[in-house]
Design a protein around this ligand. Structure first.
Ligand code: NAD
Length: 358
């Protein structure tokens, strides 16, 4: 019996195909009178449905979103929120939309209703991130945790494969690292292992049958659990590497996850035998090496497996830049189950660059 303390985060979850139609009622339940609706280009049609439900309570509609929440964008959105005297934010879209809503909630201290349409999981955490220049800074504040999350698998049916697969790996990464991240306990591990199981079991079906609402629902459920596992623990070595790759080179966040995860896991595996055995079971790869099983799942799901193939703001990522990324990450990684040096981080990044099976 392991003694533990678990701070359960106070979010309400509404999960159903068609749950989009409940957003207006959820806003009313919160008592919000002047709502700001944040969404991205890809979700404009669903945003119109939410706008209809909110009617006169919609004080501001904001359709400009960018990956990693640039500070300049957050400032403009905050000014508009002030001018419209909002008292709540509805966010529709992926982690970038949720991230912008969090930036607004942080300064305006208003509640968020989140309607996620990817598997990023940000809607279940108190973590916010803002990018100034080439550096992404993250912090935690309970006010940015959405008060209500409306999960509607039907909203994800049109999510293209090149977003679906990597985004599912972003969720997987949350659960995998939650198995040993500071703050982990038997409850967070139960959430994480069920998250891994649901994602690994549904992702191949979703990739081959993108409009399969049951498989989409299972994947979204796994992503929700993974977000909860991350929200109750903390981000580890793998996430820090992905944040550096995203902040410094502007790589697509989710792509970085699918490439780096098997290699980051392989580095820590030797010191985590019990966790690896449970993870292998959850992946349906009993008795196998989970790092290899994750790489196989990535291959089967046609997600990126090589950093060499990814492009950022300066074009295709070059091997010579990996040393810089390792140096930045080494400054940020303070806790890891296995002692890790800058040279180790460079090794992980180089193996991810080549993308061979760990
Ligand atoms: P994203 O929000 O940028 O979405 C990826 C792409 O999918 C975008 O082009 C978007 O327009 C499109 N899209 C979204 N929903 C769609 C739909 N239903 N149909 C078609 N296209 C759709 O990226 P993401 O991977 O969801 O989130 C990544 C961001 O979230 C990163 O900035 C990351 O740091 C952040 N994040 C934060 C946390 C946290 O706890 N704070 C957790 C995970 C991720």
């Amino acid at each position: 019996m392991k003694a533990f303390t678990f701070d359960q985060l106070p979010a309400r979850i509404v999960f159903a195909p068609g749950a989009l139609s409940q957003v207006g009622a959820e806003a009313e339940r919160l008592g919000a009178e002047r709502l700001m609706l944040v969404h991205d280009n890809a979700t404009t049609a669903h945003a119109a449905a939410i706008a209809d439900q909110l009617g006169a309570r919609l004080a501001l509609r904001w359709g400009e979103v960018a990956q990693h929440v640039p500070v300049e964008l957050a400032e403009r959105a905050r000014e508009a929120a002030t001018a419209a005297a909002i008292d709540a934010v509805v966010t529709l879209g992926g982690g970038s939309s949720t991230g912008l809503a969090k930036a607004i909630a942080l300064t305006h201290r208003v509640p968020i209703i989140a309607v996620p349409t990817t598997y990023a999981g940000s809607e279940q955490t108190t973590i916010y991130g803002l990018t100034g220049g080439q550096h992404k800074q993250t912090g935690k504040d309970p006010v940015v945790l959405p008060r209500v999350v409306v999960y509607d698998p039907e909203l994800t049916l049109g999510l293209p494969g090149f977003v679906t697969g990597p985004s599912a790996f972003n969720a997987l990464a949350h659960s995998v690292e939650a198995l040993w991240a500071p703050g982990c306990n038997p409850i967070t591990s139960a959430l994480a292992l069920e998250g891994v199981r649901a994602i690994a079991a549904s992702l191949p079906t979703v990739m081959s049958e993108p409009a399969n609402v049951d498989a989409r629902g299972d994947l979204l459920y796994g992503a929700a659990l993974s977000g909860m596992a991350l929200g109750a623990t903390s981000a580890g070595l793998h996430h820090k590497l992905c944040h550096v790759l995203g902040g410094r080179f502007d790589l697509v966040h989710a792509d970085a996850h699918s490439v780096v995860l098997p290699h980051a896991l392989a580095f820590n595996a030797p010191v985590l035998p019990a966790e690896m055995a449970r993870l292998a079971d959850a992946l349906g790869a009993h008795g196998e090496d989970p790092a290899g099983a994750l790489w196989d799942l990535a291959e089967r799901s046609q997600v990126p497996t090589r950093l060499a193939g990814l492009s950022g703001r300066d074009g295709p990522l070059q091997r010579e830049l990996l040393g810089e990324a390792a140096a930045i990450a080494a400054q940020e990684i303070t806790v890891n189950p296995r002692p890790v040096t800058e040279a180790d981080l460079l090794g992980i990044l180089e193996r991810a660059f080549d993308g061979t099976r760990p």
